[in-house]
Design a protein around this ligand. Structure first.
Ligand SMILES: C[S@@+](CC[C@H](N)C(=O)[O-])C[C@H]1O[C@@H](n2cnc3c(N)ncnc32)[C@H](O)[C@@H]1O
Length: 373
């Protein structure tokens, strides 16, 4: 989808709300609360007529934008006639990045190609719904009627459920927000932004949800800490991370990645589409029969043929099993960063930010914690 930029001069947040404002925030540096000065836009007030913008089907005043954000965006991208659940809508993407963002570009290519693959509404499964619930530790009501900040939304497999449960969803992605399948939902504010630099008003956010993202940033520990900067005191943070166990460095993927992460996603996708189905057949026919038919055998096979494998998933159609395997193989090998974290490392980080009521699932390696009051 082509994004057309709009001059953000139309955003003149109320001068008394943003300009020269000092906020109290907890920075991720050493967990020391600091006074941080937020440099806003110039103090000139916008003429009344220019302060109204289209927002979905409604008009939103720029002053309402300043209810959510502490600085004006680089651009606003108008998306005309987006299709949302059979209806044509109009929406805007609030862009806090502006130019290209090279390190997440690989995801943009991946999600454009496989936009609908993992979306429950399109693939007829409840995988994403089930996984979302699991990440709440079976307390999905945590989203009900709340303001949810989703960071790293990808193609929107969770956004599509969040907009049904939450009162307001702010979904952020640097590379794929323009293809989020929930674009056009009346309670969705789509944002192009970076986890490390989100000018959201934390006091407005009840829940931060971040799935499949922190290990793909340059600094996993800092990314986890940063999540707590975006939620109100006593709010909930839900996230997961790739697990680092003693044997993780021996995974074949980490030996192959130094080569593949230099290959562009555009070039890798056709390669994966050709070879993943072949390798899956080789694995089934020749590798697995030589190994014990148990969990250990499956793990060894996954290292001998180190690609994602959904072929034993009976819920997916045979075509989708291959498509998911290709998508996840692309996801394994092309992101620039893949930095897993140990259980103790995550716990130490959560204690460092003063998180309370910490829960963790060792299998999914997902975590739920309450931000300090
Ligand atoms: C593996 S995908 C996960 C997408 C989605 N959460 C899901 O589970 O399907 C990782 C996503 O994180 C986004 N991402 C990577 N670095 C980011 C950053 N610094 N800030 C925000 N999002 C980021 C990528 O653009 C990508 O869409």
């Amino acid at each position: 989808m082509e994004l057309v930029g709009t001059d953000t001069d139309q955003f003149h947040p109320e001068p008394n709300r943003i300009d020269d404002e000092s906020l109290r925030v907890t920075t991720s540096r050493g967990c020391v609360p600091q006074r941080v000065r937020i440099h806003g836009s110039s103090a000139r007030a916008a003429p009344r007529s220019r302060k109204a913008l289209f927002w979905g089907r409604h008009m939103i005043r720029a002053s309402e934008l300043s209810d959510w954000f502490t600085r004006k965006p680089h651009a606003v991208h108008n998306i005309e006639a987006i299709e949302f659940r059979g209806e044509r809508r109009h929406t805007e993407i609030i862009d806090f990045i502006g130019g290209p963002n090279w390190y997440t570009d690989s995801f943009g290519v991946q999600w454009r190609k496989y936009r609908y693959t993992q979306i429950d509404r399109y693939n007829g499964t409840t995988f994403s719904h089930g996984h979302l619930n699991a990440m709440t530790f079976d307390e999905p009501q945590v989203f009900n009627g709340q303001t949810v900040l989703e960071i790293g939304s990808g193609a929107g497999r969770y956004t599509d459920h969040l907009v049904d449960r939450a009162a307001q969803v702010i979904s952020v992605d640097p590379s794929a927000i323009g293809i989020n399948v929930a674009l056009g939902a009346p309670n969705l504010i789509p944002v192009r932004g970076d986890l490390f630099d989100l000018p959201v008003r934390r006091e407005m956010i009840d829940v931060v949800f971040c799935r499949g993202v922190v290990q793909h940033t340059g600094n996993t520990r800092r990314a986890i800490k940063r999540l707590f900067d975006y939620v109100k005191p006593g709010g909930t943070v839900l996230f997961d991370v790739y697990s680092l166990k003693w044997f993780t460095p021996f995974y074949a993927k980490y030996w192959i990645r130094p080569l593949t992460r230099r290959i562009s996603t555009q070039s890798f996708i056709p390669f994966a589409e050709k070879w993943v189905p072949r390798l899956l057949r080789i694995k089934r026919r020749y590798v697995m029969p030589l190994l014990p038919n148990n969990k250990l055998g499956a793990k060894i096979a996954a290292q001998i043929v180190p690609i994602a494998d959904f072929t034993s998933n009976t819920v997916l159609t045979p075509e989708l099993r291959i498509e998911w395997s290709v998508l996840d193989t692309v996801d394994m090998y092309t992101p620039r960063y893949d930095r897993p974290m140990s259980w103790n490392g995550v716990m130490k980080t959560l204690r460092c930010v003063g998180a309370r009521e910490i829960r963790g699932d060792y299998g999914l390696f997902c975590f739920k914690a309450t931000a300090p009051s």
